[in-house]
Design a protein around this ligand. Structure first.
Ligand SMILES: *[C@@H]1O[C@H](CO)[C@@H](O)[C@H](O)[C@H]1NC(C)=O
Ligand SMILES: *[C@@H]1O[C@H](CO)[C@@H](O)[C@H](O)[C@H]1NC(C)=O
Length: 318
């Protein structure tokens, strides 16, 4: 009896329990469904908030940038990427030199002329030279041709100031590489703009620059103003920039910006990247302020006027 009652009770209980379990499962299932829906909604909201703030951040940082011509991570090689723009009238105010004076104007970028290893050697050269002095503000230059080196609020001549000691700072190999890179840049410009390489000349100033975020102390430190090279230096016909550090990892800010009527177009520096352009008003430009880190580059300038040509630097023979 007891046995049967128990079984019955058990039976009744079992079905009750079974029902409860089913109900429980159903509840759990629906609550699991509810919570996964909640999670999804949360994820969507989070993604939206992140996306919106990223967009706002980029929009505020990139406010004036309409187009990026070449990103840091891209590799433009072996052929330069060329953007043609109509020539300005600036060249008419100067004597014209056949085979050289710009008839085709524009800008170009290539990562195929100087290797990253070579850029690193040149960067070390710049580091060693600039370590001898440097500007008090955020922008220092070293010009191996004239010897000019930023020091405090002015410049010194490294060859005069350091005399014989200079061959403890630079090696013959450093200078050899510098000259070789200069020659390759000249050939690339001549080839791209269909010029006679023999009537294109190196001109001044041609120099290394080191820029960080320290505030400017003199006008020489204010590198970010828009300018036209042909107006600033009448002798310029083609300007080139060889970057020695990487935008994004070595420094932030510091992008090169072509300021066109219809928008601002930027080139993101990359170690070994060469950017060059005709120097007239068709290439009004500026450098964005560096916000973090150190940006190294070389400005290598060319003229069509032999009267303004300068020679390659060399160290005194050992
Ligand atoms: C920028 O460079 C100068 C000169 O080397 C240095 O004194 C200064 O601390 C640097 N500033 C920053 C923010 O790194
Ligand atoms: C380009 O940038 C400058 C500031 O650097 C800004 O004043 C100008 O409006 C921008 N140009 C265009 C067309 O967006």
């Amino acid at each position: 009896m007891a046995q049967v009652r128990m079984r019955n009770a058990k039976g009744a209980n079992a079905s009750e329990i079974e029902k409860k379990i089913k109900r429980g499962n159903a509840l759990r299932q629906s609550s699991a469904w509810h919570s996964s829906r909640l999670l999804l909604a949360l994820l969507l909201v989070t993604a939206f908030v992140c996306g919106a703030s990223l967009w706002l951040y980029l929009a505020s940082a990139d406010g004036d940038i309409t187009e990026t011509l070449v990103r840091h991570g891209e590799l433009v090689s072996p052929q330069p990427r060329v953007y043609t723009v109509p020539c300005s009238e600036d060249y008419d105010q100067h004597k014209r030199f056949p085979g050289c004076t710009p008839q085709k104007c524009g800008r170009a970028v290539t990562d195929g002329v100087v290797t990253r290893e070579e850029a690193q050697v040149l960067r070390r050269l710049a580091e060693r030279g600039l370590a001898l002095a440097g500007s008090e503000g955020g922008a220092s230059i070293l010009d191996l041709h004239s010897g000019a080196l930023s020091m405090g609020k002015q410049f010194v001549n490294i060859y005069r100031y350091f005399g014989d000691q200079i061959d403890k700072v630079f090696t013959q190999e450093d200078f050899q590489l510098y000259r070789d890179v200069r020659r390759r840049i000249q050939e690339t410009i001549a080839h791209t703009f269909a010029l006679d390489v023999n009537v294109l000349f190196l001109t001044k100033p041609t120099f290394f620059s080191r820029i960080n975020s320290t505030e400017a102390k003199t006008q020489h430190d204010e590198y970010w103003h828009p300018h036209i090279d042909k107006v600033t230096y009448g002798s310029f016909d083609y300007t080139s920039l060889l970057y020695l550090t990487d935008y994004g990892s070595d420094f932030t800010g510091g992008r090169f910006i072509f300021m066109d009527q219809d928008g601002n177009r930027t080139v993101e520096p990359r170690a070994g990247r060469l950017s060059f352009f005709s120097s007239g008003s068709e290439n009004l430009h500026r450098v964005e302020r560096v916000t973090w880190g150190t940006r190294y580059a070389i400005t290598v300038s060319f003229t069509c006027d032999p009267a303004h040509s300068i020679i390659d630097p060399s160290l005194p023979a050992p």
